[in-house]
Ligand binder design. Sequence first.
Ligand SMILES: NC(=O)c1ccc[n+]([C@@H]2O[C@H](COP(=O)([O-])OP(=O)(O)OC[C@H]3O[C@@H](n4cnc5c(N)ncnc54)[C@H](OP(=O)(O)O)[C@@H]3O)[C@@H](O)[C@H]2O)c1
Length: 89
Amino acid sequence: MEAWSPFAAGRNDIFSNQTLADIGKQYNKSIAQVCLRWHYQRGIVAIPRSTQKAHMIENLDIFDFELSKSDIQTIAKLDLNITQFPEWE
Ligand SMILES: NC(=O)c1ccc[n+]([C@@H]2O[C@H](COP(=O)([O-])OP(=O)(O)OC[C@H]3O[C@@H](n4cnc5c(N)ncnc54)[C@H](OP(=O)(O)O)[C@@H]3O)[C@@H](O)[C@H]2O)c1
């Protein structure tokens, strides 16, 4: 499985989501890093896009922490069961 758009291209205010920010705070990691680690721990290939070198470096720095089972369950509850890309339906 491969993530089609691992940050949902920033839609639905993902980069200011309070739940993801709170989870990241526990590990001193950003929302982007929480997202990528979540994909990684679920065995999903994620290829994030970025135009910024700092973001690229940040996006590679996800291999020194592990989301807990409880974090994974909390993130699963964020699923709205609707696409963020209705134009592709
Ligand atoms: N979505 C599609 O239509 C589609 C189709 C086929 C293939 N793909 C492939 O899927 C991959 C990515 O998909 P995508 O471009 O739709 O979206 P995405 O990777 O989900 O999101 C890209 C957005 O995330 C931001 N971002 C990246 N790293 C960040 C960070 N650490 N902190 C904050 N913001 C960050 C980028 O902004 P900055 O540039 O400012 O970092 C950009 O606005 C690409 O390889 C693309 O080629 C996508």
